[in-house]
Design a protein around this ligand. Structure first.
Ligand SMILES: *[C@@H]1O[C@H](CO)[C@@H](O)[C@H](O)[C@H]1NC(C)=O
Ligand SMILES: *[C@@H]1O[C@H](CO)[C@@H](O)[C@H](O)[C@H]1NC(C)=O
Ligand SMILES: *[C@@H]1O[C@H](CO)[C@@H](O)[C@H](O)[C@H]1NC(C)=O
Ligand SMILES: *[C@@H]1O[C@H](CO)[C@@H](O)[C@H](O)[C@H]1NC(C)=O
Ligand SMILES: *[C@@H]1O[C@H](CO)[C@@H](O)[C@H](O)[C@H]1NC(C)=O
Length: 407
């Protein structure tokens, strides 16, 4: 419902309420199909490594969550700065972390699209402090031409790992924060991704029940993508990967490690594609942007990780990793996908006792360390897009090492 206030000839102020009939949106097959393909994490949950929880020595974890599905009328998007965010999201008094302005920008992007999906996996670990893993997903799609349906889910988690007890030093036992190996990072992200999936699945069920929507006879793939596109996506983004073997992972330890992986999928008409690319242009560097902007073939792709830059003051290695894909699926629409992260790490400083003293042992960015780091990032990039955009990978053969979860 939109309330509009019209001020008429100085004195008269009339409030009117223009009813928009959202009921027909709820009844539209596209609505159910959108929710089911964007916010049903069952296929990931069936394939995820539910044993990960056993391997991570958490001291404690705490979290906060948000989930919302809504509908906007086309007229509300004409000037997106006027959208009253509290009408769409509620008061958010206790969630000061909610990125209201970014969500507003997402609404604006949606106005250019038939479909849009954005997700972020934000992992940070600092041995001396805490670890954080924030996950979010936002999607929108056109329904019945006049409406935009959107959904969003956020989970934020802070965690601590148990301290490590060091050797007895004089009169007391010393403890220290725990450093990570790449395999630990994979286990931890798996755990929080599973919790995210379970949280969203519960919220989805509530939502469908609230409007008595049945998804029984509703197919996924509301975008009607064809096998050719699925095959291109499978080539560009690969399959979900197994965790790095303990024996390979153990060689290098990290005291800080962070990556925020953003993944975006857009479907737009080819005539709107340049505008859509412009709208997200601040999210990518020049090279992938050029690929998206100047593609004259059916498909163009980009995938690159820049070499490390080393900051000797903080002893931090930083990277930029990006990929992009544009596919003219059809004379009527183009699919654009990209991912981006600026990850970084610092090696743990290890100590070794010699006959006379304790010395620092420095870890170097040797070939083995480089390979470990890039396989960690490849695995995390693949995980992020597969988890949140399952409908793009219908022929995916995940690694089936484990039994399905117990419901
Ligand atoms: C979610 O997907 C699974 C299979 O992929 C299906 O069995 C289940 O019914 C779906 N849930 C909803 C609420 O649609
Ligand atoms: C959109 O709305 C804002 C706030 O009401 C206003 O300042 C701005 O001029 C409007 N822009 C357009 C293009 O109508
Ligand atoms: C939040 O924490 C509770 C209690 O530890 C846990 O059961 C739940 O799965 C967590 N939710 C998310 C989304 O991490
Ligand atoms: C798409 O691929 C699937 C699985 O390989 C196959 O079953 C289906 O027939 C294919 N569809 C078309 C239209 O080629
Ligand atoms: C990046 O590193 C590789 C080897 O590690 C080297 O061959 C290449 O020249 C480097 N590229 C740039 C742009 O520095």
């Amino acid at each position: 419902m939109i309330f509009c206030r019209l001020i008429l000839v100085f004195l008269f102020q009339i409030s009117c309420s223009k009813k928009i009939n959202f009921d027909k949106v709820y009844k539209d097959a596209m609505y159910a199909s959108f929710l089911k393909s964007e916010f049903n994490y069952t296929s990931f949950l069936r394939r995820a490594d539910h044993s990960a929880e056993r391997y991570v020595p958490f001291q404690d974890t705490s979290n906060d969550t948000f989930f919302k599905v809504g509908i906007l009328h086309k007229s509300q998007l004409e000037n997106y700065t006027k959208i009253r965010m509290e009408d769409q999201l509620g008061t958010l008094k206790n969630k000061p972390w909610m990125p209201i302005n970014e969500i507003r920008e997402e609404f604006a992007n949606c106005a250019l699209l038939k479909f849009g999906s954005f997700s972020e996996h934000d992992f940070k670990y600092d041995k001396g402090m805490y670890g954080w893993m924030n996950i979010m997903k936002f999607s929108c799609a056109r329904v019945l031409d006049q409406y935009l349906v959107f959904g969003m889910a956020f989970t934020r988690t802070r965690f601590r790992l148990k301290q490590v007890i060091l050797k007895r030093q004089n009169t007391h036992w010393a403890t220290s924060g725990r450093s990570l190996i790449t395999r630990d990072v994979q286990k931890i992200t798996e755990i929080f991704t599973i919790r995210f999936g379970q949280f969203v699945n519960e919220k989805l069920e509530d939502e469908l029940r609230k409007h008595a929507i049945s998804t029984k006879n509703i197919a996924g793939n509301p975008l009607n993508l064809k096998n050719d596109t699925f095959e291109e996506l499978a080539v560009a983004y690969g399959r979900l990967r197994k965790h790095i073997k303990l024996s390979d992972s153990r060689g290098h330890t990290f005291s800080t490690l962070a990556f925020g992986i953003k993944s975006r999928i857009l479907v737009t008409s080819p005539s709107h594609a340049p505008q859509a690319v412009e709208a997200i242009s601040d999210e990518l560097s020049d090279a992938p942007l050029k690929v998206l902007d100047t593609c004259h073939k059916d498909i163009c792709t980009y995938d690159y990780m820049k070499n490390a830059t080393f900051n000797p003051k903080t002893e931090t290695y930083s990277y930029v990793k990006e990929n992009a894909l544009i596919n003219t699926v059809h004379p009527r629409y183009s699919l654009i996908a990209f991912q981006k992260s600026k990850p970084y790490f610092t090696f743990e400083k290890m100590k070794r006792k010699t006959a006379t003293k304790i010395i620092d042992v420095k870890q170097n960015l040797d070939t083995k360390a480089k390979n470990l780091w890039s396989s960690l990032l490849d695995q995390q990039f693949t995980l992020a897009i597969h988890v949140h955009n399952q409908e793009l990978f219908p022929f995916d053969q995940f690694f089936m090492t484990l039994k399905p979860p117990i419901d």
